[in-house]
Design a protein around this ligand. Sequence first.
Ligand code: 5GP
Ligand code: ZN
Length: 115
Amino acid sequence: MENCIFCKIIKGEIPSEKVYEDDEILAFKDINPAAPIHILVIPKKHIKSLLDLEETDYELVAKIQKVINTLAKQLKIEEEGFRVIVNCGKDAGQEVMHLHYHLLAGRKLGSKIIG
Ligand code: 5GP
Ligand code: ZN
């Protein structure tokens, strides 16, 4: 979608440090990491937020979770642990209106709920 930062990253119009890519999903490093490992996992389809998932998109959500688990093993963080966050809407502070899963790891993540 035009003027969407993450769609531009998918198209390669904005550079990113990719860590995983397939036909439907892209994972890349967050530009402003909140932890030593901070990866964003996104669907290539422009979906604005969790609330905008359509019936046929739920399969995609399962695939995103599978990518997160694969990355956790590759990055060897499955023993130390990690956190997955999705911000949805204003009160959660969602800044980019293209669904994204934050994968955070590499340090003790202080509070159970960030923020
Ligand atoms: P939100 O607050 O919407 O859940 O998270 C948006 C995230 O996208 C933030 O953690 C922010 O650092 C990241 N971000 C915003 N613009 C860019 C960009 O151009 N490149 C990358 N790699 N990350 C970005
Ligand atoms: Zn988009």
